[in-house]
Design a protein around this ligand. Structure first.
Ligand code: SAH
Length: 409
């Protein structure tokens, strides 16, 4: 079309993603830095939840007691949510302290807790044994309780719109550090700290790996944590479908996850249907493109029969264009029907960023177009914004560090 063309189209505004108000780290070629490996040093002592049931028995024997004691310690930890030797009166007094110290070393120290006014959302700030800070967010909904857990201290994926990525990756969390977030949340629920209970014996029913970190970049430890969450005899006995693993799209790891026999719910953080934009929004897209990530997500559905979610943070004038909703619908429909749903979520503000959530009417139109194309799409409710506990807002602030330092002193 030439300048003099009689057909006038108004070009939708397009803002480009780039870090605003902070400096995105780059690699030697000037591309956004991707960090896959973190220093091994700093990993915490081995804990019961890092071990398989067989290894736990061995460990108990090493600590000088008969193997069947492992089962008792499991019960205290996974059912009573306690790591306190004094509470474990069914264990022989002699050797009890040593056994518990050897199996249940302290992993998370609560530094600070923020709650919403209604008391139905709690954000926990935890200090790990080496001083690293991570967060989890506990949310009560009618009929379910969801915990958003962290899988890494920091994150190496460097997405410019996510606060966690700004500081880079500190280290992977151990399986037990991940599980301990759930155990501590359950202890808080049991103590009545998450508002009025709906029924006795409440606990976390749903886990989302949407806190700090890229879970599939810490694959083995995350899987050990998931196995412990779902193990009925030697773990928390949760349902696998209640566990959601969310990823930026590490394709080989998605394929590996599909081959595990644990049908967790799978979520792909897509945020753009075109490589042109996604290359800039999600630096890992330089490695695995939109189509490859979508093929892997489709493969997950085929292997597990579990409908997958596509996450899409709606950012004003960046990725919220009607044509992008249509392109997304086309790409999903090309891969079949009934295998996927889309969860758009209005962007949550992060420090330093000038971007905002899409306007309400734009959000509605985006959702409408997808639904009309036959893709079930629901705008996600975002909890915890006022306590910086919402998606993409989890980052240890200077204030958090100051509280942690004074508490440690
Ligand atoms: N690394 C994983 C899990 C952590 S983030 C992943 O990327 O999927 C969990 C979800 O929150 C992801 O979909 C992520 O893209 C989204 N998110 C990140 N920053 C956000 C923000 N500022 N507003 C809304 N959602 C955000």
């Amino acid at each position: 079309m030439t300048e003099s063309s009689p057909v006038r189209t108004t070009r939708p505004r397009q803002v480009r993603p780039r870090a605003e108000g902070w400096t995105q780290r780059v690699d030697a070629e000037g591309k956004p830095l991707l960090q896959f490996t973190a220093p091994k040093r700093g990993m915490p002592p081995v804990h019961l939840a890092d071990l398989t049931p067989e290894q736990r028995v061995e460990k108990v024997k090493e600590l000088g007691l008969p193997g069947f004691r492992a089962k008792q310690v499991e019960k205290h930890y996974f059912q009573h949510y306690t790591s306190d030797a004094a509470a474990m009166t069914d264990l022989p007094a002699s050797g009890r302290e040593e056994l518990v110290a050897g199996l249940l070393p302290r992993l998370l120290t609560e530094v600070r807790r923020l709650e919403t006014d209604r008391g139905d959302t709690i954000k926990f700030l935890w200090r790990l044994h080496d001083g690293a800070l991570v967060e989890s967010v506990l949310m009560r909904y009618p009929g379910r309780i969801t915990l958003c857990v962290s899988s890494q201290a920091g994150c190496g994926m460097n997405c410019p719109f996510c606060a966690t990525g700004q500081a880079g990756l500190t280290r992977n969390m151990s399986a037990a550090e991940i599980v301990e977030q759930v155990v501590r949340a359950n202890a808080a629920i049991r103590a009545g700290e998450l508002g009025p209970a709906e029924h006795a014996d409440e606990r976390v029913t749903n886990i989302v790996f949407m806190g700090m970190g890229e879970p599939l970049a810490n694959y083995n430890r995350v899987m050990q944590a998931v196995r412990t969450m779902v193990d009925k005899d030697h773990g928390l006995g949760m349902s696998a479908r209640g566990v959601t693993v969310s990823t930026v799209g590490l394709v080989p790891a998605i394929n590996k996850l599909a081959a595990e026999d644990i049908p967790v719910t799978f979520a792909l953080s897509l945020h753009a249907p075109d490589d042109h934009l996604r290359d800039e929004m999600i630096p890992i897209n330089s490695r695995w493109k939109v189509d490859e990530a979508l093929d892997a997500a489709r493969g997950y559905f085929e292997k597990t029969g579990r409908r997958v979610s596509i996450e899409y943070a709606l950012i004003k004038d960046m990725n919220d264009h009607a044509w992008r909703a249509d392109l997304l619908a086309t790409k999903l429909n090309e891969r079949g029907r009934g295998w996927v749903h889309v969860n758009p979520i209005p962007l949550n503000p992060t420090p330093g960023s000038v971007w905002t959530a899409s306007d309400k009417d734009v959000q509605r139109e985006f959702v409408r177009r997808l639904n009309e194309a036959g893709i079930p799409t629901t705008l996600r409710d975002t909890r915890g914004k006022e306590i910086d506990g919402a998606c993409g807002q989890l980052v240890a602030t200077e204030e958090d560090r100051a509280v942690a330092a004074s508490a440690a002193g």
